[in-house]
Design a protein around this ligand. Structure first.
Ligand SMILES: Cc1ncc(COP(=O)(O)O)c(C=O)c1O
Ligand SMILES: [Zn+2]
Length: 404
C-alpha cells in the first residue's frame, strides 16, 4: 500500500472503505501518499508513459495495472495571445479540460475513484451532480461494468450532461431540490452502504484531479506559473491542485507555489464571502443561482479545504456576474477558438476582473483552468448568440446576407 486515508481534521487513520467522513470527529478525509520512492525520481522518469492521468502513477493511490481508464487527461495547454492582447497581459495559458473523454475534468478523478470502487468490491456506484460528475461516472461505471445511480437537481442540469448520463446507461433520478439536497440524499444511501459514493468528498477523486496540475507543470517544463485560476463549486478541484503542489514540493520537483485563485458566481459565492472577511470556514448560501449551473452550489463540501488552498498560496477568491461569465465564454470562443461551458468561463471572467482592478499584474504568468466543454450546455450558447440567418438556397441571396 503506497497510501493511507486519514482524517484531514484530526489525523485519524480511516479503515472503512465506505466512510466519507471521520467517524471520530466528522472531519473531511484525505489521502496521505507515501512519496519516499518518488524522492529518488525526476520528472523525466515519468515521460515514457503518454501524457495523461496515469503518467503520474507514483503520486496515485491505485496500482496503474488495475486502472479503469478511458485514457483521460493529456489535455492541451493553449497559449492565448489574442486574449493576452484583449486583457492586457503577456503570458496567459488556458488548460482545456473540455478535451477529456466525457468533456470535463471530472474524468481525471473518476478514473481513480471508479478504480477504487472496483478494488473494494463495490457493485453499485452513485453520485449527486450538477451534471458533469454524473456524465463522467456513468461512462466509467459502464467501462467497469458497475451499476450506476445519479441524482440530479430537477431542471437545472445542462442538456449535454443529462444526455450523457442517460446514454451511458446510468439510472438517472431527478431530485426536487438543488445540488446540495441531492448530495445529502445520496450520502444517506452511501451511509447505509447501499452504494459506493463517488462525489468529490470521496478522497480518491481529488487524487486523480491532482493530475491537471502535474500536466500543467510538465507542459511548462516545470517553470512554476505565478497564478492558477479556476472555477469553484463544490471546491474539490482547487483543493486537488493545491494537494498536487504540496506533493511536488515534498519530492523537491518545485520550490514555490502559484497563487491559487478561485472564481465563483455572484449568486453562489460562499467561499468568496469567507475570503473577503478572512475566515477559514464558510456560511452556506441557501438558494444558489447562476447561469453557470456546474458551480451552482451553496454548501461546498470541500469549502474549508479550498480556503486553506487559497490562503496557503497567497491567492484569492473573486466573484463574477452571469453576464461577465457569458462575455468571457464568447471571448474565448471568438478570439481563441476554444469552446468552454459557462462555469469554465468563470476562470477567464475572474481573470478579466482581477486584471482590471490591478490585482493581477500584466507580466504575471497565468494559467486558467477551463473545466468543461462548450457542447455540454448548448442551450445557454444558443440563447447568448444571434440566431442563424434564414435564406433560400441561392448564392446571390446569401451574398446579400453576408454583406449586410
Ligand atoms: C465544468 C465545471 N467546472 C467547475 C466545477 C467546480 O469544481 P469543484 O466542484 O471541484 O469546485 C464543476 C463541478 O461540477 C464543473 O462541472
Ligand atoms: Zn477526525
Amino acid at each position: 500500500m503506497n497510501h493511507k486515508v486519514i482524517c484531514w481534521d484530526c489525523g485519524m487513520e480511516i479503515e472503512d472503505p465506505y466512510a466519507d467522513t471521520c467517524h471520530r470527529c466528522g472531519g473531511l478525509l484525505t489521502v496521505k501518499m507515501d512519496l519516499e520512492p518518488v524522492k529518488e525520481m525526476k520528472p523525466e522518469d515519468l515521460a515514457s508513459r503518454p501524457m495523461g492521468v496515469w503518467r503520474y502513477h507514483p503520486f496515485l493511490p491505485i496500482d496503474v495495472d488495475k486502472a479503469i481508464t478511458l485514457l483521460e487527461g493529456g489535455t492541451p495547454l493553449y497559449p492565448c495571445h489574442a486574449l493576452e492582447e484583449d486583457i492586457g497581459m503577456q503570458r496567459l495559458h488556458v488548460k482545456y479540460e473540455g478535451a477529456n473523454p466525457t468533456g470535463s475534468f471530472k474524468d481525471r478523478g473518476m478514473t481513480v475513484g471508479v478504480s477504487r470502487a472496483v478494488a473494494v468490491g463495490a457493485k453499485v456506484v452513485g453520485c449527486a451532480s450538477t451534471g458533469n460528475t454524473s456524465a463522467s461516472l456513468a461512462a466509467y461505471a459502464a467501462k467497469a461494468g458497475l451499476r450506476c445511480a445519479v441524482l440530479l437537481p430537477s431542471g437545472k442540469v445542462a442538456l449535454g450532461k443529462l444526455a450523457q448520463a442517460m446514454f451511458f446507461g446510468a439510472s438517472v433520478i431527478s431530485i426536487d431540490g438543488n445540488f446540495d439536497d441531492a448530495l445529502r440524499t445520496v450520502r444517506e444511501l452511501a451511509d447505509e452502504n447501499y452504494l459506493y459514493l463517488l462525489n468529490s468528498i470521496n478522497p480518491y477523486r481529488p487524487e486523480g484531479q491532482k493530475s491537471v496540475l502535474f500536466e500543467i507543470m510538465d507542459q511548462l517544463s516545470y517553470e512554476v506559473p505565478d497564478r492558477i485560476i479556476l472555477p469553484v463549486g463544490n471546491a474539490a478541484n482547487i483543493w486537488a491542485v493545491y494537494k498536487a503542489l504540496t506533493e511536488l514540493q515534498e519530492v523537491g520537483w518545485i520550490d514555490r507555489m502559484p497563487m491559487l485563485t478561485g472564481v465563483q458566481a455572484d449568486g453562489s459565492m460562499p467561499i468568496v464571502q469567507s475570503f473577503q472577511t478572512g475566515r477559514d470556514d464558510f456560511d452556506p448560501v441557501p438558494t444558489p443561482e447562476t447561469v453557470a449551473t456546474a458551480i451552482r452550489i451553496g454548501n461546498p463540501v470541500s469549502g474549508r479545504k479550498a480556503l486553506k488552498a487559497i490562503y496557503s498560496t497567497r491567492g484569492c477568491a473573486v466573484s463574477v456576474t452571469d453576464e461577465e461569465i457569458l462575455q468571457a465564454q464568447r471571448m474565448l470562443g471568438r478570439r481563441e477558438g476554444v469552446g468552454v461551458e459557462p462555469a469554465s468561463a468563470a476562470s477567464i471572467a475572474g481573470l478579466i476582473k482581477l486584471r482590471a482592478s490591478g490585482e493581477v499584474c500584466k507580466d504575471e504568468k497565468v494559467v486558467c483552468i477551463c473545466t468543461g466543454n462548450a457542447l455540454k450546455d448548448p442551450d445557454t450558447i444558443i440563447k447568448s448568440c444571434p440566431p442563424p440567418m434564414q435564406s433560400k438556397a441561392d448564392a446571390s441571396a446569401i451574398k446579400r446576407l453576408l454583406q449586410a
